[in-house]
Ligand binder design. Structure first.
Ligand code: ATP
Ligand code: MG
Length: 421
């Protein structure tokens, strides 16, 4: 058997010279593969000469051989027979791509493109892509059609306070906060749709779980018997995504030091009222009808984890705490949230599909049905019972990669401070 020859293109993450040998740690262009490139003066003085002058961060192409016996522990060893420098940095690198010196999150975000030379960074964004494709896979196999609804809109989903405004040829327009109204209108003509979509929300958050531009997996299904059917699809989707990531991203999970376990099924259904009881026992005072804030969600998450549940639905929310399009059931509603270890991943529910009741709901919420006429029209032509959910893609990636801050899993996050890069 002879040594295998390779061509390798990537970046030099670190350099070490010992006597007549130069060691380059090189990260491959796209994979998680790290190579230790060995250049010996005795073997090829001219290539060695070039290697000794190389700068950390350079983009290079190497030709060489992989020896049968591997000595290096850091990465796959390659003995260079040729080396070409394609681009040298003209500035010092803003962070250490070898990861020996850890970088601050702010530095990573500002220089994400360089940070992507770190195995951990690549692992996160490879997992993000796997999550998106696994979600598509699951939904397609369940008969959902991928759709694309407008992101420049003439009206918001729930009122107006949280919308980014823009000038649309002299008219007031908004960036879409959610595809809610459009995906519901589609239920008048097709029974299962989904969309991977940005959500633009002008809320002045400063938290580790909110961004002003986030991404969601939005699903809507018609001809349903009850809200349970929707929760079933969401549970199946989450389970499929976790299983897929475990199956195809074991190297990425290893790189992140994450031991991923699939959520316990069936997901626990926790009544909103039960959630309040739990909170009361933990010393929280929440009035019936109020929405749960992050502190409360976290407390419930810890409680549920002790009971052995990582993922759980909170069901039977008071209608007052939910938007107009959710079906009202007396004081309660057909809405649910899906939380994972105290973080809200998704909200959903059965919608009001009956025209008159929907108009009434809009009025009760203090909104003007005239502002929603484009939407209400779709309910005049045989709208079936339907429902769906919005699942936060960033938050899902956050929990799978066990990241502490949503900004870790978004390449170029948009928050109150960040508009560039
Ligand atoms: P929260 O209560 O956490 O602020 P929400 O109830 O306002 O979220 P929904 O309208 O229910 O959000 O949106 C559906 C899902 O989209 C949420 O469960 C969450 O996973 C995600 N999401 C919503 N807003 C944001 C945001 N600003 N940043 C990141 N993810 C978000
Ligand atoms: Mg919600």
């Amino acid at each position: 058997m002879s040594a295998q020859s390779v061509k390798l293109s990537g970046w030099v993450n670190s350099i070490r010279a010992v006597g007549g040998i130069v060691f380059l740690e090189v990260i491959d262009g796209g994979s998680l593969d790290i190579y230790t490139v060995v250049v010996k003066k005795s073997r090829n003085p001219e290539v060695w000469q070039r290697a000794s002058k190389i700068k950390t961060g350079s983009a290079i192409t190497i030709r060489g051989t992989i020896p049968e016996v591997q000595v290096s522990k850091r990465g796959l060893e390659v003995h260079a027979t040729n080396l070409e420098v394609l681009a040298e940095p003209i500035d010092l690198l803003p962070l250490d791509p070898a990861g020996t010196t850890p970088a601050l999150l702010d530095t990573i975000i500002e220089h994400r493109y360089v940070a992507l030379r770190m195995a951990k960074q690549r692992a996160i964004f490879r997992i993000r892509a796997i999550v998106a494709s696994a979600a598509r896979e699951y939904l397609e196999s369940n008969g959902f059609l991928e759709v694309h609804t407008p992101k420049i809109c003439g009206a918001g989903a729930e009122g107006g306070a949280t919308l980014f405004q823009l000038d649309y040829f002299g008219r007031r327009a908004f960036l879409s906060q959610s595809p809610q109204l459009y995906k519901q209108m589609l239920m008048c003509g097709i029974s299962r749709v989904y969309e991977l979509t940005p959500y633009f929300r002008a809320e002045p958050h400063s938290t580790i779980r909110h961004l002003n531009e986030s991404w969601g997996i939005d699903v809507e299904m018609g001809f349903i018997d009850s809200v349970e059917e929707i929760m079933g699809i969401l549970e199946g989707l989450i389970a499929h995504v976790f299983a897929r990531v475990k199956e195809v991203a074991s190297r990425e999970l290893d790189a992140l030091g994450v031991k991923l376990s699939e959520p316990r099924r069936p997901f626990k259904h926790l009544d909103y009222s039960e959630a309040l009881e739990i909170l009361k026992s933990l010393g929280f005072e929440i009035d019936w009808g109020q929405d749960l804030g992050s502190t409360e969600e976290k407390a419930i998450g810890e409680f549920m984890l002790k009971e052995g549940y990582d993922a759980y639905f909170i069901v039977n929310y008071p209608w007052d705490a939910k938007p107009f399009y959710i079906m009202r059931k007396g004081k309660l509603s057909a809405a649910f949230d899906l939380d994972y270890k105290g973080l809200e991943l998704a909200s959903g529910g059965q919608r009001e599909h009956r025209y008159n009741e929907l108009v009434e709901n809009i009025r009760i919420k203090g909104l003007n049905p005239d502002d929603f006429s484009f939407y209400l029209k779709a309910f005049k032509y045989g709208m079936p019972p339907h429902g769906g959910f919005g699942l936060g893609l960033d938050r899902l990636v956050m929990v799978i990669t066990q990241s502490q801050n949503i900004r870790e899993v978004v390449l170029f996050p948009r928050d109150r401070q960040r508009l560039l890069p």
